[in-house]
Write a protein that binds this ligand. Sequence first.
Ligand code: FES
Ligand code: FES
Length: 134
Amino acid sequence: MNYSDKVMEHFTNPQNVGEIENASGCGTVGNAVCGDIMRVYLDIDENNVIQDAKFKTFGCGAAIATSSMATVLVKGKTVQEALEVTNKAVMDALDGLPPVKVHCSLLAEEAIHAALWDYAEKNNLVIEGLEKPV
Ligand code: FES
Ligand code: FES
């Protein structure tokens, strides 16, 4: 399988691995087919800006690289802007993924959304365009 240099870089040296204690929002998602699990923690300030993001992923190299890139991309963004960090945006930032690995990037988008949903629920907020995770 051919991975871009960026994917290899984020797989061998992932950014933002870990947990945030008392995170503002936390989301866990899994892929039923491959069994991989991704958990994202967000630290969000009173202006709805994401100050920190961390992840734990039990999964393939592409899942780790996409979690790493997704957490890098959401940092410093407002919760509304973070919705623009779609799986496509993550893949673009990684210079692409092989077709069979596209679902790994979907997991990253879903984990971010689940963490944002958790934050919105805890704070009685509506994030426009954010759908309840399944
Ligand atoms: Fe996810 Fe192999 S299918 S790690
Ligand atoms: Fe399933 Fe990568 S193979 S998340």
